[in-house]
Design a binder for this molecule. Structure first.
Ligand code: AMP
Ligand code: MG
Length: 402
């Protein structure tokens, strides 16, 4: 049944994958383990940050107008009336016309002051400070709500938290955050020829490379991979593995057996237990890909060739994961480069060519999708759109970085 229909283009395949993605599930976790996770609720500033007007230099708190016209030959003379101490409030210090107060970096700006003169631009003569440069109103001062105003969104829902964000959370006094639960993704490798990593392959056998590769990517993306080993190309073995994986996982990925040959089980097994929505995508490599659901859970059949599986993982599965995490911006790095060689392509399919980057030049690495070395030698992918017959050497391209 499934083998006669459901060929779609890449945008439709992505739309289908995103459509069947379960909604993000929120959970509260400690802030120190939050980097890398995706926020499921806005983080709001509970107070103004930094909370008080402060100096950003070591110097003298002044009234800016008292320094106008000051220079080396005609310094402004101000009476120093005190010192601001770090970590203490105003302590009654104030700056009036003709006076100044010594202030260290981060000190509270005293009442009456509206700017700070850098100590390098002054000379001292007893209690008198000679100011040799004018300062403008607000110069060298950080206002009490200049970083964040109370009630402002500090970090929006849908943001993947970075190490810098951990610093902001700490500054806001947050010890926990609400993030999307890490989706559990089942991985089933299929093929009579596959043996585990620990085995020495016999004639016609290969080690299961896909499970390790998929798991590593998923982990890096913020999911929890769960491996279900290798199944033989038999309906029954597929059924047993799926029955085990489905209740334990949010999504199940099968690799191999996704073509339309009679020996390829993935399509018929999904069709038998659920629904095949897509069977075949106009993408290269990766055409024999299946998108389906069983018990309302996404079940994806990836091609067996490791390079094809990886391209489909990035192009089609990643948006599904992104939706499950509630990500607002795709977690995908790209860079502009100049193409170092022309790439021919067939119209009617979206082609992803591995490229090696060297000083801003992207050199295509042409190789069969069964080869692992092309994945390792390359830095990313260049997409040739479906309507395009190739890209000329010298053209500017976006490289999707691994
Ligand atoms: P299939 O998609 O099952 O037709 O497999 C296509 C090619 O990919 C075959 O050469 C398989 O041996 C190879 N292959 C399938 N699954 C894996 C895997 N898990 N690791 C490495 N190669 C695989
Ligand atoms: Mg196979």
């Amino acid at each position: 049944m499934s083998r006669f229909m459901h060929i779609v283009d890449v945008p439709e395949a992505i739309a289908t994958a995103v459509h069947i993605a379960p909604a993000p599930v929120p959970e509260e976790i400690p802030a120190d383990s939050a980097p890398g996770r995706v926020l499921c609720a806005d983080v709001i500033a509970g107070e103004d940050i930094p909370g008080f007007d402060r100096s950003v230099v070591d110097g003298f708190a002044v009234r800016a107008e008292d320094t106008s016209g000051a220079g080396d030959s005609a310094p402004a003379l101000l009476q120093c009336t005190g010192r601001v101490s770090m970590g203490e409030g105003e302590r009654g210090l104030s700056v009036m016309h003709g006076t100044c107060v010594y202030i260290p970096t981060g000190g509270v700006l005293p009442k009456g002051a509206n700017a700070v003169v850098m100590v390098e631009h002054t000379d001292a003569a007893g209690d008198t400070v000679l100011v040799k440069r004018p300062v403008a109103y607000g110069e060298n001062v950080l206002l009490h709500d200049e970083d964040y105003r109370r009630g402002a969104v500090v970090l929006p829902s849908g943001r993947r938290l970075s190490p810098q964000d951990a610093g902001v959370l700490a500054a806001c006094g947050r010890t926990s955050v609400i993030v999307a639960k890490q989706p559990v993704i089942g991985i089933i490798s299929t093929g009579n020829e596959l043996v585990p990593v620990t085995a020495t392959p016999g004639p016609g056998q290969v080690r299961d490379a896909n499970a390790a590769m998929l798991a590593a990517y998923l982990r890096e993306y913020g999911c929890t991979p769960r491996l279900y080993g290798i199944v033989r190309d038999e309906q029954e073995s597929f059924g047993i593995a799926l029955s085990q994986a489905l209740p334990e996982c949010d999504v199940v990925l099968l690799s191999g057996g996704s073509s339309k040959d009679d020996r390829d089980m993935t399509g018929s097994v999904i069709a038998g237990r659920g629904t095949v929505l897509v069977h075949g995508i106009t993408i290269a490599p990766g055409k024999p890909t299946i998108i389906g659901t069983i018990d309302n859970k996404p079940v994806i059949g990836l091609p067996g060739h490791p390079a094809s599986a990886y391209v489909v993982l990035l192009v089609i599965v990643r948006p599904l994961l992104s939706r499950m995490l509630g990500e607002k911006k795709p977690h995908l790095q790209t860079t502009k480069a100049t193409l170092g060689d022309s790439i021919p392509s067939q119209k009617g399919r979206e082609e992803y060519v591995r490229v090696r980057l060297e000083e801003g030049i992207a050199y295509p690495i042409f190789g069969k999708s069964g080869l692992l070395n092309t994945l390792v030698r390359s830095d990313g992918l260049v997409c040739i759109p479906a309507g395009c017959e190739g890209l000329e050497k010298g053209s500017t391209v976006d490289v999707i970085l691994w």
